[in-house]
Structures are given as structure tokens and as C-alpha cells.
Design a protein around this ligand. Sequence first.
Ligand SMILES: NC(=O)C1=CN([C@@H]2O[C@H](COP(=O)(O)OP(=O)(O)OC[C@H]3O[C@@H](n4cnc5c(N)ncnc54)[C@H](O)[C@@H]3O)[C@@H](O)[C@H]2O)C=CC1
Ligand SMILES: NCC(=O)COP(=O)(O)O
Length: 407
Amino acid sequence: MHPLALTMGEPAGIGAEIAAGAWFALRASGPAFFLIDDATRPFGVPVQAIAAPEEAAAVFPHALPVLHRPLPHQPVPGKPDPANAAAVIASITEAVELTKAGRAGGVVTNPIQKSVLTAAGFRHPGHTEYLGEIAGTGVPPVMMLASDDLRVVPVTVHEALAKAIARLTPDMIVETARITARALREDFGIARPRLAIAGLNPHAGEAGTMGREDIEIVAPAVAALQAEGIAARGPMPPDTMFTALARPSYDAAICLYHDQALIPIKTLDMAGGVNVTLGLSIVRTSPDHGTALDIAGTGKASPSSLLAAMRMAAVMAARRGGTAPETPAGWQPIASAPRDGTRILLTDGEVVTGGRWVIGTRHSGAAEAPVALFVADSGNDVDWKGGPDIVEPLYWQPLPTPPKRTA
Ligand SMILES: NC(=O)C1=CN([C@@H]2O[C@H](COP(=O)(O)OP(=O)(O)OC[C@H]3O[C@@H](n4cnc5c(N)ncnc54)[C@H](O)[C@@H]3O)[C@@H](O)[C@H]2O)C=CC1
Ligand SMILES: NCC(=O)COP(=O)(O)O
């Protein structure tokens, strides 16, 4: 796979620091990436300016490869400068063009200060909408936030809440869910994705006594999805659908507005969450956090979400390119797994440790493929509503032995 292209993001934010941290963590094992930024900035790690993405792979083990794009003004941490806005946008455009041309494996974006770009004339509320325009596939771009035990997809994204609710329709929910189901199959390797569709009102409307939208907008969307053969259920009461008990029963939650989706995932896992755009012709991921102007330049920024974004982009790009990623150290290919007592690494790089996973065989015509089935601790199969959950695991290792008590 070609190295991934990382955009500069807001130059006054934490982008440069987390890029340096991600390079340091990945320099030996990859995935390799190059940053599109001003190579003269202070990064705090060895940097090498490159003239073309093709130079990045050789440089990566020794230095952070930076495709040098000079900024008009040297950034001051915490103080965005509108004069740099055009360079920020250009780095996104260039990363996409390089990926479309097959010169980069995918796009990973550093966070942008949306208000600064808007003030400078950028007419898109965020990356998602811009990427839909320059790398779309004829369907609307869909935002997914994914972490180890939750994936969320907002149907409406960057708009005022009152406006978002006023324009919500069953078709919008159906289209978003359809794109999500397809991406879960093709990019995440989940053969039969289960979608939980959130309700809008308290208690999903309490049979219409707390609002009619759940009956008139959400329920018809769920029925339409089911009629298409998509394993969707809802409207789910939003206050309980993100509990630890509920989360294993679906592969993605389709949420009706931005914060209904992002509050649970950022609360659960701000450090490991990844923002991924579905429905594009290219792979695009991003950390789940923003520019963090309040800590820029202090050395406090954690690169962990960017690391997760890099790893997810690499796995998605490998899957789209028809190549499986290399077997990670300490794991074994799934074909040799015993039938029980294993820890599974799923195709999207997610390690499953909750509950127990057993290896089974999926029969499809004459073909057989190893699959992992989730079994609750009670030993009973989880209620899958339509058959056992099937995911495509790649690697396994024995479950860790609990430490012995010494006293
Ligand atoms: N993909 C993107 O380009 C995104 C851009 N943004 C933009 O970022 C700007 C700031 O947004 P906020 O709502 O303030 O969210 P934020 O994520 O930038 O900051 C929220 C809090 O989390 C902390 N934080 C964020 N990332 C961190 C990290 N890696 N390590 C340690 N602490 C971290 C910050 O210091 C701050 O206290 C806005 O303009 C927003 O639109 C926000 C989310 C995504
Ligand atoms: N809150 C998520 C977010 O703002 C990400 O937006 P985008 O720039 O990835 O479209």
C-alpha cells in the first residue's frame, strides 16, 4: 500500500504535534504516511522535506516525511491566522488528488478550525461535505465515528439542531442507513450489518404522547430498510441504546443529529475514536477531536486518536485494494484458530475482548469460510434477530491467562 496522506489541518492547532507523535509511534511498524505541511515548522522530531509522495516510504523509518507546502505566515499556537486558510484547504485538496491518482493510499485529515475557514470563504461546513464534492460517488457523504465498541452515524450533521429536526425525513434516514450498511460490509468486513435506528423524542416518543416524529418519520424508515433486507431496528429510545448492555446488539447506531451520535462516542472513547467518511471513492479517516487550540504548543496533545485513524485508514485501503494487512506480531491467521477460548482481531483492527468468541464455519453454496460468533457469558447466543452475527475475523490469539493471586 502507498503511504497515507496526512493534511496539515489548522496550523495553530495541535495538528503538527500529533503528526509528530504519530510518526514516532509508527516509524518502525507503519502504516507509513506523509504530512502535507510547511516543513520549516518546529515539529520536535526529525523531519525531511520530500518533493513527491513516492519518496515518503524510504524516509518514514528515519524522519517524518513532509511534502513541503510553505505557509504565508508562521503559525502561532492557539491563534488561527486567516492568511493561512487557503493553504489548509489546499492540503486537503492535494491529499485527495494524490489518493485519486493512486500516489497515496488514503487521506487522513488533521482537524480544521471550521469558523476560520468559513470566514475565509470556504463554503463547506466541514471536511465531510467538501470531500463529498471532490471525491463523491453519487451518494451523499456519510459521517461515521467509530471506536472499539461503538459506531455512530449522524443523519444530519453540521447544522443548527432546530433546522436539522425540521428537515428530517424517512428518506434521509433510509439513505444514510443504506450507505452505512454497505460500508460496514465492504470497508469493515461485516457480512450482515445490524443497524440500530435512534428515536428522536424521549422514550422514542412514548407511543406518540411525547412527539409524533418517531411514529411518522423514524418508524417508516425502519420498515423501509427491513423491506430491503437490511437488519435495522428502531426507533430505539436514545437514552438507553448506548448502554454497555445494548451496544453489542448492533454494528452501528444511526442517529438523527450530530450530538446524539457524538456525545456517546466521545464520552466513551475520545482517545480511540475515529471519524471516517463513508460513500467516497477514496479512504478518508480523521481523529475524532478538534483543533484543541487551548493546549496547542504545550505538548499535552495526545496522538492516540490520530494513530487509530491511521490504522483504520490502512486497513480500509488494504481491503479496498484486495490485500489483507500483514499479520500483526503476536497474532495468528484465523484459519488455524481453535473453536473456543480465543481473542479475535477483527478485520477493521478492532480487538474483541468482551464476552466470548467462538470460531465457526460459514457455508455459502459450496464455499466455507471461518467466522467468529459472539456468545454471551451465560453461554446463550445473543438475540441476533435474524441469525447469528457474522463478522470477518482475521487473526486470533489465546485469551490472556488471569494473573495468579499471591496472597
Ligand atoms: N475533523 C475536524 O476537522 C474537526 C474539527 N473540529 C473543530 O475544532 C475546533 C475546536 O472544537 P472543540 O469543540 O473545542 O473540540 P476539541 O476536540 O478541539 O477540544 C475539546 C477539548 O478536548 C481537548 N482535546 C482535544 N483533542 C485532544 C488531544 N488530542 N489530546 C488532548 N486533549 C485534547 C481540548 O484541549 C479541549 O479541552 C472547532 O472549530 C471545531 O469545528 C472539531 C471536531 C472535528
Ligand atoms: N464533530 C465532528 C466534526 O466536526 C468532523 O467534521 P469533518 O470536518 O470531518 O466533516
